[in-house]
Design a protein around this ligand. Structure first.
Ligand code: NAP
Length: 316
């Protein structure tokens, strides 16, 4: 019988797909080992490992790459690439795969959910009932309409487009900022982010994280959005000047924010927790059973394609 191919697991996938991987491969559960066991594991198996399974949170570093001389493929269950050493992998002819498209709808839904909940003040209104205030203080103060508002999307990629479609369905007017205009897009293009922020009511980045986009949503951009403006973030915490965001929200210089991502997850600035004009989510925009299952299956299918000598499904 052929020996099973050795696969190093840096971060666990969904149970069904982990079972499939375990049937097909010799899994080394780095993710379950303590620091000492991890060193021992690598000493024992590093030369044999041909594939790595990981996620955005698990990442894959050049340090780890250097320890795995026989590595052929890194399969990550994520779309963002900033925690994976993609260039170093490619320089060594190691393939990298991610999981685009399958999570687009859920992430766009989260953006709209945060937008609606923030602008219509879902949580304070719910607390109006649970705190008993409805019975003692009459009606909840009026909030703000969503339909008719202008939405600015930063990065009209897969998720950006899906957010735009949903925003249109809610009667909002869409425009966008990007590195270049999209020929196929019906929306107004801005090559100046401050100008876009000045023009819109709601700003939503849908760009990757990493050094190139770090604090692209600067204090100046947030100030341009203004005291009636809302900021919704499902991309990465690093794309916004988080300190400025919190200060402007606390000072009433921004109307509100709906945030799924933060600079230093899982730590969230304590000042944000005290505000009632924010809606917070624990980085779970793609966190549905359906989508996480599809992402995990892509990891399984990419590994199968690679070891069968077939074309990868979602190479980076
Ligand atoms: P995508 O299709 O590659 O779209 C990314 C968009 O960002 C593209 O329009 C791209 O422009 C633009 N962009 C890239 N670098 C830029 C820069 N330096 N300045 C301005 N625009 C830039 O990716 P996607 O599938 O939509 O995913 C977008 C991001 O969403 C991911 O990278 C990830 O960080 C985040 N995400 C978050 C969650 C969550 O759970 N919260 C889940 C999935 C994804 P071009 O068209 O010019 O390349």
């Amino acid at each position: 019988m052929n020996e099973k191919i050795d696969v190093l697991v840096l971060r666990e996938n969904q149970p069904e797909q982990m079972a499939l991987l375990s049937e097909r491969y010799q899994l080394h559960r780095y993710d379950l080992a303590g620091p000492v066991e991890q060193v021992q594991m690598l000493e024992k198996v590093a030369l044999k490992v041909r594939a790595v399974v990981t996620t955005h949170g698990g990442g894959f570093t050049t340090d780890m790459l250097e320890q795995l001389p026989g590595l052929e493929i890194v399969a990550s269950s994520s779309v963002g690439l900033e925690t994976l050493c993609v260039e170093a992998c490619h320089a060594r002819n190691v393939a990298v795969t991610n999981t685009p498209d399958v999570l687009t709808d859920d992430v766009a839904d989260m953006a709209l959910m945060l937008l609606l909940a923030t602008v219509r003040r879902l949580q304070p209104a719910s607390r109006w009932i649970t705190s008993g205030q409805w019975r003692t203080s009459d009606m909840f103060p009026l909030n703000t309409s969503v339909s008719g508002k202008k939405v600015g999307i930063v990065g009209l990629g897969r998720i950006g487009k899906a957010i735009a479609q949903r925003a249109e369905a809610f009667g909002m007017q869409v425009s966008y900022y990007g590195r270049s205009p999209k020929a196929e897009s019906p929306y107004a293009y801005y090559n100046d982010l401050v100008a876009l922020a000045e023009e819109v009511d709601i700003l939503i980045p849908a760009i990757p994280g990493g050094v190139q986009t770090e604090q692209l949503i600067s204090k100046a951009v947030l100030k341009a959005l203004g005291s009636k403006g809302y900021f919704i973030n499902i991309s990465r915490g690093s794309v916004v000047d988080e300190q400025a965001l919190v200060a402007l929200l606390a000072a009433g210089e921004l109307a509100g924010a709906g945030l799924d991502v933060f600079v230093n997850e899982p730590c969230v600035p304590s000042a944000l927790l005290a505000l009632d004009n924010v809606v917070l989510q624990p980085h779970c925009a793609s966190g549905t059973v359906e989508t996480r299952g599809e992402m995990a299956q892509l990891v399984v299918d990419n590994l199968a394609a690679h070891f069968a000598g077939n074309k990868l499904l979602t190479p980076v």
